[in-house]
Design a protein around this ligand. Structure first.
Ligand code: AMP
Length: 159
């Protein structure tokens, strides 16, 4: 009986989720806006990027060009990888390496006009997503933390 009640409760939550507009809400409602996001610019060297990453404590940050267009993503692991010599980490190379040559360019990007559901699907495999306007201008990021918070709020209120 108890199991049946739980199943029924679960069913109602799912029905509510399916019927709700929650999943089709625009991503723009959940963004951390561009002016609050730490980033580096094309042309910056790896030493500067490492400094920003270490000081902010973020695992990865967006790389933008001078026109604020998204160009890639840079994480500490990518920098360490780039200066890994055969027997030692070659820290002295940090100042000569440019972020352009190290960053990841193949990354999932969503648009401000995309729906919550697309973000939800992609955030299963990524801790955050870069969000752009239609012309590629960087608009901000959508983090798994923000998304989960919203999801939790919604699920609790749907019960
Ligand atoms: P969080 O959900 O706050 O733990 O953030 C997860 C990841 O998203 C961080 O490790 C960063 O890579 C990125 N991130 C979150 N907030 C910011 C921000 N304000 N600026 C740059 N990157 C961020």
């Amino acid at each position: 009986m108890e199991g049946y009640k739980l199943l029924l409760e679960e069913r109602f939550t799912l029905v509510a989720l399916n019927n709700n507009e929650f999943l089709v809400m625009p991503i723009s409602d959940y963004l951390i806006p561009a002016d609050k996001v730490a980033h580096v610019q094309i042309g910056n060297n790896a030493e500067h990027a490492l400094l920003v990453l270490t000081k902010t404590g973020y695992s990865a940050i967006p790389v933008l060009d001078a026109k604020y267009k998204l160009q890639g993503l840079l994480g500490i692991g990518m920098i360490t990888d780039a200066i890994l010599g055969l027997e030692r980490i070659e820290y002295e190379r940090l100042s000569e390496l440019k972020v352009d040559g190290i960053m990841q360019t193949d990354l999932p990007v969503i648009r401000t006009t995309d729906r919550f559901q697309k973000g939800l699907d992609l955030l299963i495999n990524h801790t955050f997503l870069c969000v752009t306007e239609d012309d590629g201008t960087f608009a901000g990021i959508l983090t798994r933390r923000v998304m989960l918070k919203q999801f939790k709020k919604y699920v609790y209120s749907a019960k």
